[in-house]
Design a protein around this ligand. Structure first.
Ligand SMILES: *Cc1c(COP(=O)(O)O)cnc(C)c1O
Length: 380
C-alpha cells in the first residue's frame, strides 16, 4: 500500500481482510443500512458491555442525536469542556440548548467536577453534562454521575477518543469505555484518526431501551416501519409512519462491514498504541509527559505532551516531515463562541502538542520522531 512521505499524528490501519469485507458488501443486495449495520451494532454493544448500540453516519451526528434524545426544554443549558473538538459543543446548539464551559484539571485535561459544581450554583437550569475523555484518559465519571444524579441531570460521554479503554471504579469494578455505567449514553467516532474507522461513522451506546428506540427513529427521518409502534392503522404492507422530525444519519452497510472487520482488530490496535505510548514515556526528554491515571488503562488516541516552545518545535518537526497537531484550541477562543477565558484550558493550549501515535507507526518512524524531538529541544 502506498504511504505518504510525511508522518501524520494519526491514521487508519487497513488490511486485506478490511478490503475483502467491503468488497463482499459491494456485491451483495444491500449497500445502505442492512444486515451489516445490525451486526456491527450487536458486536459493538457486546465489546463495550452495553445493552444497545446505534451506529450513525459520523460522531457529530451521534452527538446530535444523543442531545436530541435527552433534550429537556428549549433554551436549557448543557455543561461541557472547552478542550475538545468543536463538534462536542456544536451538538448542544443543534439540539437548541446553550453550552456552558467548565475548566479542565491541568493534569488530566478533563473537565473538573469542582468547576461543574460551582457552575451549577449560579446556573440551576443546567440539564446535562458532556464530558470528553481527552486523548483517551477517562474523565472523573463517578464524580460527574454523582453530580448529575443529585441535580437531576443527564450525562453523555463523548468517548470519541476512548474506544478500547478501560478503568476501575472506586469499588474496584472494571469498566469498558462505552458500558454506560455512569452515563445515559456514550458516543464514539469512526473517523480515520480514531481507534477504528469506517471512513466516516459514529455510534451511540446506551442501556436504556427507550433512548435506543428514540435514536434509531431519529437516525432515519423519524420514520417507523414497525407495525407495533404505529399510531394509525396500517393501510397495507407498504405502510410506514413519520412520527418525529428525524434525519438521514444512516451508516451504510459498506461502512458497517469495514467497522466489523476493524472491530476484530481493535484490541491489537490498542495494544500497539500502548507500546508506542510506553516507549514515548520512557524515552522522551525535556517535555511534560501526559498524565497516567493509576486506575485506568487508556487506549491512547492521542499522545499529548507539553512543550515550552511549542510553536518552534511544531514548525521544525514539520520541516522534517513529522506532522504533529494541536489538540485543542479551546472552543471558548473560537470566534463563533467567544466566551470568557478559562485559565487551565488557555494555558494548556499554549504548550500542548500531539505526537504521532497509531497502530501502523513503524519502529523506525517512531525512532525518528523521538530523535528529532531530542535535537530540536536542545536548540530551543
Ligand atoms: C472526532 C471527534 C468528534 C466528531 O466525530 P466525527 O466522526 O468526526 O464527526 C467529536 N468529539 C470528539 C472529542 C472527537 O475527537
Amino acid at each position: 500500500m502506498t504511504r505518504q512521505l510525511r508522518l501524520p499524528y494519526g491514521r487508519q490501519t487497513i488490511d486485506q481482510q478490511d478490503l475483502n469485507a467491503v468488497n463482499n458488501v459491494m456485491e451483495s443486495d444491500w449497500l445502505t443500512q442492512g444486515p451489516n449495520v445490525f451486526e456491527f451494532e450487536e458486536k459493538l454493544a457486546h465489546y463495550c458491555g452495553a445493552q444497545f448500540a446505534v451506529v450513525v453516519s459520523n460522531g457529530t451526528a451521534a452527538l446530535h442525536l444523543a442531545n436530541l434524545a435527552l433534550k429537556a426544554d428549549a433554551g436549557s443549558k448543557v455543561i461541557t469542556t472547552p478542550i475538545s473538538f468543536v463538534a462536542t459543543c456544536n451538538s448542544v446548539l443543534y439540539a437548541g440548548s446553550t453550552p456552558m464551559f467548565c475548566d479542565i484539571i491541568p493534569e488530566t485535561l478533563n473537565i473538573n467536577p469542582v468547576a461543574v459544581r460551582k457552575c451549577l450554583r449560579s446556573n440551576p437550569d443546567v440539564v446535562g453534562i458532556i464530558p470528553v475523555h481527552m486523548g483517551g484518559l477517562i474523565a472523573d465519571m463517578e464524580a460527574l454521575s454523582e453530580i448529575a444524579k443529585a441535580n437531576d441531570m443527564w450525562v453523555i460521554e463523548d468517548a470519541c477518543h476512548a474506544l478500547g479503554g478501560s478503568w476501575l471504579d472506586s469499588k474496584g469494578v472494571e469498566h469498558r469505555v462505552g458500558d454506560c455505567s455512569f452515563s445515559d449514553m456514550t458516543v464514539f467516532s469512526f473517523h480515520p484518526v480514531k481507534m477504528i474507522t469506517t471512513g466516516e461513522g459514529g455510534a451511540i451506546m446506551t442501556n436504556n431501551k427507550q433512548l435506543e428506540e428514540k435514536i434509531a427513529l431519529l437516525r432515519s427521518h423519524g420514520i417507523s416501519k414497525n407495525s407495533k409502534d404505529f399510531k394509525n392503522d396500517s393501510d397495507g404492507d407498504w405502510y410506514y409512519e413519520q412520527q418525529v422530525l428525524g434525519f438521514n444519519y444512516r451508516l451504510t452497510d459498506i461502512q458497517a462491514a469495514l467497522g466489523i472487520s476493524q472491530l476484530k482488530r481493535l484490541d491489537s490496535f490498542v495494544e500497539k498504541r500502548r507500546e508506542i505510548a510506553k516507549r514515548y514515556l520512557n524515552e522522551l526528554k525535556n517535555v511534560t509527559l501526559p498524565y497516567q491515571h493509576p486506575d485506568a488503562n487508556s487506549s491512547w488516541h492521542l499522545f499529548v505532551v507539553k512543550i515550552k516552545d511549542r510553536k518552534a518545535v511544531y514548525q521544525q518537526l514539520k520541516v522534517q516531515g513529522i506532522m504533529t497537531q494541536v489538540h485543542y484550541i479551546p472552543v471558548t477562543q473560537q470566534p463563533f463562541y467567544h466566551r470568557e477565558q478559562l485559565k487551565n484550558s488557555d494555558s494548556f493550549y499554549q504548550q500542548c502538542l500531539s505526537l504521532p501515535i497509531y497502530a501502523d507507526l513503524t519502529s523506525q518512524e517512531h525512532s525518528k520522531v523521538i530523535k528529532s524531538l531530542w535535537k530540536i529541544n536542545q536548540n530551543c
